[in-house]
Design a protein. Sequence first.
Length: 292
Amino acid sequence: MRNFKQLIASLVLTFSVLGLHAQEASDGKSLLWKISGKDLKYPSYIYGTIHVICEDDFYLEDLVDEKFEETSRLVLEIDLSSPNTQAVMMQNAYMTDGSNMRMLLDSATFAKTNRYFIDSVGFNLDQIGMLRPFMLTAMLYPKLVGCTPVAYEQYFMDKAKELEIPIAGIERIEDQLAIFEKIPYKDQAKSLADMVANMKQARKEFASLLAVYKSQDIQKAAAMIKESEEYKDFEDIMLTNRNKNWITPMIKHMKETPTFFAFGAAHLGGEEGVLNLLKAKGYTVTPLREQE
């Protein structure tokens, strides 16, 4: 497996289905799940998002809005509405050991990667190559998906503001940034260079991921994340540990008030996904889809 497959898989997943009335998804395939039972007075809901998607592919069932409006708090992976988020991102934009992309790649690979950035993005890596590689990767998202991406998180934040309900994060921006400090810069740089060198294939990989997302098969989505040989070394810090860390604050939120959670879809499925972890705590999780 190429390194860029790890990179694309880590972006995670979106959907599409038509209908009028809510029903339990008998095949278990859904992006919207109800969390109920045990010590909850009212159900909460969790929706699996994709962090990068074109506007033409962006779609939400009416059922999602309906369930959103039954809640009184929005919880994302991080609170992107906080003015502190952007400031912290800028304060932590650069590699902490003084590295740059020229130091992390061999000369030929750096030259090819730099040429792509100059021609396609309009930036020279000698000027911006001190940024953390994952930030440089984010600059390539429009090239990867073939558009200016939109975000489900932004949609939900706008709706929360419209309904005047609070927004929270299940983890801090500092926590997410710390994840990338645990993945060697050299590995991140190689993933970025591989993506640039194989952009055509990278687009195909993303299209496959998007198709899985649209099928609402969160179990397959989680499995795709684990397929890369390179990714397996970082699975715990990217997914498993974070899923486990989220359960206690999720329960706290749900006990306080009906909550709408929106996390990357790959966090939901799998043996150690959020849904299974909630089941293990005694909660009932029910897949919901609109009736076709």
